[in-house]
Design a protein around this ligand. Structure first.
Ligand SMILES: Cc1cc2nc3c(=O)[nH]c(=O)nc-3n(C[C@H](O)[C@H](O)[C@H](O)COP(=O)(O)O)c2cc1C
Length: 334
């Protein structure tokens, strides 16, 4: 897949997850085989205020490239200003969020609320695309609710305005994250535009990714929740996409080794306190599905000192040692 003049090969992407897909997670997922990574969304208003908190979400390392910055907002003027600021920070692509279902986001008309006001959507997307020299993309949902599904129409509009690609997570705003993503909408979006279509929603293993491409004809697969504590998913999907031998599932020692590496990166980037605290939800995910892990998990999430977290993890590894408990239980999904 090509977005602008970037080759995304194989077409396998780490999606944006607020509070999770920070620089350490993105670096690890890139190393594991993701071809493109997304920052979490930042608000146009926060960007214009040059809020330190906002800019922290956009810190990235060169090894993460190609990288997509994601912006949300509903005021065309603010969107234009914020896009220019983001453009100057050197991402490879900028994406506009038109899919977030969170109350505080849709209340201001941003995120998925744009899908029920196509007049405003047009103004916002136009302001956004006119303000960047880089490829601009848009991420959408199916529509606002079951009675107003309009993703194919929105995709057509976004293409006409000059977007370089579109991502669709086929759930309505009303669904939130419940039920199943309706991949038929990805097929419909793909049929309605010429620009690359990135399919997203409920991909939890290599088979899902291949099935999504086969069923929908989408140009790329984006994985979000399936990568939390499970960055190996990219190694597995990459192998399936390129016809390579399927890699073995990681055993606990490899999982803990990567979790320790991620913790080190978190502490280096965010400082001890924030690094350790923000790592906890990842640690819980890394240990999911392992026999005997619940005690270790409960212990690890109350420790404040990263060195103690690491030594406890190493001890646990030594205790498990050759034990058969150190294998992933069947059906270990996120
Ligand atoms: C905790 C969480 C945070 C998210 N944050 C964002 C975000 O900042 N921007 C965005 O476009 N989508 C966001 N999403 C949506 C995901 O990118 C993705 O579209 C959705 O989770 C479906 O894909 P998945 O089943 O692979 O996770 C978020 C989802 C979750 C669960």
């Amino acid at each position: 897949m090509r977005i602008g003049n970037l080759d995304i090969d194989p077409p396998l992407i780490l999606g944006p997850l607020a509070g999770l897909t920070d620089s350490p997670m993105r670096r690890i997922c890139r190393r594991m085989g993701a071809s493109l990574v997304w920052t979490e969304m930042v608000s146009a208003e926060g960007t214009i205020r040059e809020s330190r908190r906002t800019f922290k979400f956009l810190d990235f390392a060169e090894e993460e490239r190609p990288i997509v910055f994601q912006l949300f907002g509903a005021n065309p003027e603010s969107i234009a200003k914020a896009t220019r600021i983001l453009d100057g920070m050197g991402p490879d692509i900028i994406d506009l969020n038109a899919g977030c279902p969170a109350k505080k986001v849709v209340r201001s008309g941003s995120g998925s609320a744009l899908m029920r006001d196509l007049g405003l959507m047009e103004e916002v997307v136009r302001a956004f695309l006119e303000s960047t020299s880089r490829p601009g993309t848009v991420k959408i949902r199916s529509g606002w609710d079951e009675d107003s599904i309009n993703a194919p129409e929105v995709a057509g509009l976004v293409e006409e305005l000059g977007a370089s690609a579109i991502t669709i997570h086929p759930r309505t705003r009303a669904q939130g994250f419940t039920g199943r993503a309706d991949w038929r909408l990805i097929t419909e979006v793909k049929r309605s535009v010429e620009i690359p279509v990135i399919g997203n929603g409920d991909v939890r293993c290599a088979d899902d990714a291949i099935r999504m491409i086969d069923m929908t004809g989408c140009d790329a697969v984006m994985i979000g929740r399936g990568a939390i504590g499970n960055p190996w998913i990219f190694r597995e999907v990459r192998a399936a996409m390129t016809g390579a031998e399927p890699p073995t599932r990681p055993l606990l020692p490899e999982r803990l080794k990567i979790a320790i590496e991620q913790l080190d990166l978190m502490v280096e980037m965010k400082g001890v306190r924030r690094g350790v605290h923000e790592m906890r939800k990842h640690i819980v995910a890394y240990l999911k599905g392992f026999a005997g892990a619940s005690k270790l998990r409960a212990e690890l999430v109350v420790i404040e000192d990263p060195e103690v977290v690491k030594s406890r993890m190493r001890e646990a590894l030594a205790e498990l040692g050759e034990s058969r408990d150190a294998s992933v239980s069947e059906g270990d999904t996120q």
